[in-house]
Design a protein around this ligand. Structure first.
Ligand code: IMP
Ligand code: MG
Length: 180
């Protein structure tokens, strides 16, 4: 295929293909629906990386659901974590008393999920349940786990299905590794 799918020629190998992701999301959505307390879910989607994952996952959850998005930045364009998490929104969603499903694309150092989950708890939410498409198998800077993990991957830099390198490749329909 040509570069219609977003610079496919820059990709060294496909790590998780579209069909495999779709099947896994079916199961994750079932798990979430089964395990979440009764009542509407408040999903909080971390932008931009989680938007593709969230769109596909949340449409599989057959119950009342509100969706909020949070703009946070932890990476600043490169492949190394900057170590700081910035909240970029002026107003954060009202989470008081809510069970939140917090979604991110990938659990790497854990700083992002930890910082956001802590903030939501400070803001009075009842509980934060975390979900990520990918979790890197590594020692994390923060002792944090996700309640729902799509796939465990090795400690390498990946793109596609929402994940970027310098703003690009988010529209690849699969998760892959770039050429060096
Ligand atoms: P953490 O705070 O180190 O866990 O990093 C989480 C954020 O870093 C994610 O939301 C991604 O935006 C970014 N990130 C971490 N690893 C990768 C990767 O392999 N590819 C693309 N983005 C990544
Ligand atoms: Mg990113």
């Amino acid at each position: 295929m040509s570069d219609m799918l977003g610079h496919r020629e820059d990709v060294d190998r496909v790590l998780i293909d579209e069909k495999v992701i779709e099947k896994r999301l079916d199961t994750m959505a079932e798990e979430i629906d089964r395990e979440f307390p009764a009542g509407p879910i408040l999903a909080i989607v971390l932008l931009k990386g989680a938007f593709v994952f969230a769109a596909d996952l949340l449409r599989r959850i057959p119950r009342p659901l509100e969706i909020e998005c949070l703009n946070v930045a932890s990476y600043h364009g490169g492949t190394e974590s900057s170590g700081s998490v910035k909240f970029l929104d002026h107003v954060l969603p009202d989470v008081k008393g809510r069970h939140v499903l917090l979604l991110d694309d990938i659990l790497d150092t854990g700083r992002t999920l930890k910082a956001v989950a802590d903030r939501l708890m400070l803001d009075g939410c009842a509980a934060v349940h975390t979900g990520v498409l990918l979790a890197k198998d590594k020692v994390r800077a923060e002792d944090v786990q996700a309640d729902y993990v799509g796939f465990e991957i090795g400690d390498e830099f990946v793109v596609g299905y929402g994940l970027d390198y310098q703003g690009l490749y988010r529209n690849l329909p699969f998760v892959g590794v770039l050429k060096p």
